[in-house]
Design a protein. Sequence first.
Length: 277
Amino acid sequence: MRGILSDRMGAALLMAPLLLFLVLAYAWPFLGVVKWSFTLPQPGLGQYDALMTDPLVQSVFIRTLRIATVVTLVSVTAAYAITVVWVRGTPAQRLVAEFCILVPFWISVLTRAFGWLALLSNRGLINTWLQSIGFISEPLTLVRNEFGVVVGMTHFLIPFAVFPLASAMRSLDERVLLAARGLGSSRMRTFWSVFVPMTSSGIIGSALITFVFSLGFFVTPAILGGGRSVMVAELIYLRIFQSPDWGLGAAISVVLVLFVGVLMALLFRYVRPRQMI
């Protein structure tokens, strides 16, 4: 009995610094933001009322949800294809897939955003090449709109979507797939009827991770959107540092954090933390 209590006390002492750090670094500042949302510029629920009735804020929330949904669908689809090659491909294919997955982690999000800006702008490589071969006469508008934002965010988030999928695929029982093939199922039917349903937990976890990251994205939408495709994170920045309207910015932040918290709760319901690596 004493041994169990001693182990629990030791674990609690080891966890205490981490819990203290989380409180000081996250919980305490968040409580300050919550206070601002109720007290600035005047005490009350005025900022939350403005949040629910302001057409600009509502349009930004709708745009954010729309972009996050598109980015999630594209990212998870691309990540699924890459993960299949990474987990079940030949050694050479696995090496190439692993290289494509890991290299983006070594490049900052800012560098990648400017890279896409150089590719997609009116005088970028893509428009210049298309015009040089006579495919188009006028440059295509590929940035400073939602298309550019989706491309940049998708490129950044695909590697994050891979790991829950890889964990789900590696935990599959190969005997189930062999049994399906032995019963006469074609390779394609086995993939859609057996393989994909058995990796559903990875798909759900990957989608939730991607969607949560998309909601709070700031750098890529600000650069590739060019102020024309403002998302929630950029709106918070504008309200706090440029308007300034600290109360409304704080209220938007609180709503975003609570929404992300609900999504994270759903994530951990379907995917355990150890399944993400």
